[in-house]
Write a protein that binds this ligand. Structure first.
Ligand code: HMG
Ligand code: MG
Length: 298
């Protein structure tokens, strides 16, 4: 039986996941304007940057500068990635109140992305999360490659659930399940989510689906039927992971909100302003708008 939710929390990841993968360097004022426009569209959770090594991700080298110049609205949660203590210290200095640690269900991807094993990554997160707690900062966890790995192919759902469980044990309040390369299909997405639901309630599990194979919306719908109610998305479908070759953007926020609106599932987002934001950033970056809905409405 379908357990469709009444409300969905949208986590907008375009300023981080979207922009980390752009070839051209994007100026700070464009980033700040994107975040402001997203906030004005009614989005309450925005992942604004990553405190990662600038050698690894040059696009986010301005993370501290961005935090200094960010005009924060009271009711918006601005979050950032922190892979290690150094990142956490920078996040504290940047007055960030929610951070995210990130690992994967695949060893090869973890090595390529954060230069350690899964076990080492979890050990590394322990002091990061402790430090966050001392500063009243909440921590989200990411598991990448939950429906396939660019290096290892198929990924066992038990491994996904195991890593997810470890992240909760370390103190994450929510874990986001990443189909990093977008190869998942609806039944696989459902089975993966069911495996994670054995260890955590749905209110703590987010869907982070990239749309590389055009399956993300179908996968989200399949998981909504189980009651999933947290969705990561990126305006204009911006994004991808530099350590997953060929990985394209996340599902476009416009496409998710259009579908949810049609199903009477509330997100609190102003759809018109959201679509305008997608068109604005696509024009600014001179890239194709990867939202089907955004394209249809131009
Ligand atoms: P490393 O090279 O093993 O680390 O990188 P290190 O500790 O040896 O440091 C190397 C250098 O980086 C040093 O500088 C450090 O100071 C510096 P040097 O002495 O050579 O001048 N450094 C830092 N600088 C700024 N901020 C930091 C930091 N840490 C070290 N936090 C590390 C290890 C984890 C740092 C590196 O691998 C890294 O930054 N990786 C990030 C990769 C990344 O951001 N990937 C994309 C995000 S994940 C993703 O997209 C997936 C997701 O969307 C979900 C999904 O779709 O599946 C979340
Ligand atoms: Mg991602």
């Amino acid at each position: 039986m379908s357990k469709l939710p009444k409300n969905v929390k949208i986590v907008e990841v375009s300023p981080r996941d979207g922009l980390q993968n752009e070839k051209q360097l994007i100026d700070l004022s464009t980033k700040l304007s994107l975040i402001e426009r997203l906030g004005n569209s009614g989005i309450k959770n925005i992942e604004v940057t990553g405190f990662v090594s600038p050698k690894w991700i040059p696009q986010l080298a301005d993370s501290s500068e961005l935090c200094k110049n960010l005009i924060r609205k009271k009711n918006i949660n601005y979050s950032a990635l922190t892979p290690n203590i150094k990142g956490m210290e920078l996040a504290i200095a940047g007055n960030i109140k929610e951070v995210a640690v990130f690992t994967a269900a695949s060893e090869s991807f973890t090595k390529k992305n954060i230069n350690c094993t899964i076990k080492e990554s979890l050990q590394r997160f322990k002091p990061v999360i402790e430090l966050a707690k001392q500063h009243g900062i909440i921590v989200r966890g990411y598991v990448s490659c939950v429906l396939g790995c660019p290096y290892e192919g198929q990924v066992d759902t038990h491994k996904v659930a195991e890593v997810t469980e470890q992240l909760f044990k370390l103190g994450c309040y929510e874990v986001s399940l990443g189909d990093t390369i977008g190869t998942g299909t609806p039944s696989a997405a459902k089975n993966m989510l069911l495996a994670c639901m054995n260890i955590a309630p749905l209110e703590k599990l987010a869907l982070h689906f990239h749309n590389t194979y055009g399956q993300a919306l179908a996968n989200i719908y399949a998981c909504l039927e189980l009651g999933a109610n947290i969705i990561d998305a990126s305006v204009a479908g911006l994004g991808g992971c530099p350590y997953a070759k060929g990985a394209s953007g996340n599902i476009a926020t416009e496409d998710v909100v259009y579908m949810l609106n049609g199903m009477n599932i509330d997100t609190g987002i102003d759809f018109k302003k959201l679509v305008e934001t997608g068109q604005w950033i696509s024009q600014k970056l001179q890239t194709e708008n990867n939202s089907q809905v955004g394209k249809a409405l131009i």
